[in-house]
Design a protein around this ligand. Structure first.
Ligand code: XBP
Ligand code: MG
Length: 237
């Protein structure tokens, strides 16, 4: 049995990357006068690094780009990323990104069964609340006892830190929880925090990953008319 479900957000709860975060990064680059453009394929490669600021730094390193002399590199990246977040929030407020099928049903069922809900994500906290309230329903973010997000821990997934932080805030042991993820990075982070991971292979960017760290792999969360199929593993008891 388990007492809490700890959800990843990007890729798992909604398809946020290709048509959400990616264009928001590009809009921030253009507004800063940079000729950088992340097409869907390049973005797929950059997703190897979790976290928007970390991803920008990774891109700059790969492309051999350095900030102008006299510009503090951390401040340069932080400013770009703040603007990226503003563009992303605007997209969410337009209702551009829906929740994935089965997500809201699962949350309702969890609530009815007394299973506690939490979030463990790499993205910026306001992005989580805005997604839940716009794609889901006003007040939906209050269903989550803990929203562990972004820079509250120093190391992002695949480091276990964000899950360890969520466990502390829930005051639960890892074996009392199940993590719901869409990526091997995420499953690995959960596993290294001692938490069983359920991976849902719904994200085109992550579907071909290895998922060796997952306890259970299913093809979708499912709805009554399209039930999920188990692809590998089980959650134990
Ligand atoms: C999500 C991410 C994030 C988002 C952008 O990974 O990698 O970096 O792409 O978020 P996960 P920010 O689903 O494993 O949590 O730009 O707000 O950092
Ligand atoms: Mg994810």
């Amino acid at each position: 049995g388990f007492k809490a479900l700890i959800f990843d957000v990007d890729g798992t709860v909604a398809d946020t990357e290709r048509d959400g975060h990616r264009p928001a990064f590009n809009a921030a680059f253009a507004a800063a006068g940079l000729d950088w453009h992340w097409d869907p394929e390049l973005y797929g490669e950059l997703l190897a690094v979790a976290g928007g600021k970390e991803r920008i730094r990774y891109f700059m390193r790969r492309a051999g780009i350095e900030p102008e002399p006299g510009v503090d590199p951390d401040e340069f990246v932080a400013r770009l990323h703040r603007d990226k977040t503003a563009h992303y929030l605007a997209l969410l407020r337009q209702g551009a990104i829906p929740l994935r099928p089965g997500v809201l049903r699962l949350w309702r069922e969890a609530q009815a069964a007394g299973v506690r809900l939490a979030i463990a994500t790499t993205t910026t906290p306001e992005n989580v609340v805005e997604l839940l309230e716009n794609a889901g329903a006003p007040g939906l973010s209050s269903w989550f006892e803990v929203i562990a997000a972004g820079d509250v821990v120093p190391n992002k997934k695949p480091a276990p830190d964000i899950f360890t932080y969520a466990l502390e805030r829930l005051d639960l042991k890892p074996e009392d929880c199940v993590a719901v993820e869409d990526s091997d990075n995420g499953a690995r982070a959960a596993l290294d925090a001692g938490i069983r991971a359920l991976v849902v292979t719904v994200n085109a960017y992550t579907v071909d990953q290895d998922f060796g760290a997952a306890a259970l792999v299913v093809d979708r969360l499912g709805e009554p008319d399209s039930p999920s199929r188990v692809l590998a593993g089980d959650l134990g008891d």
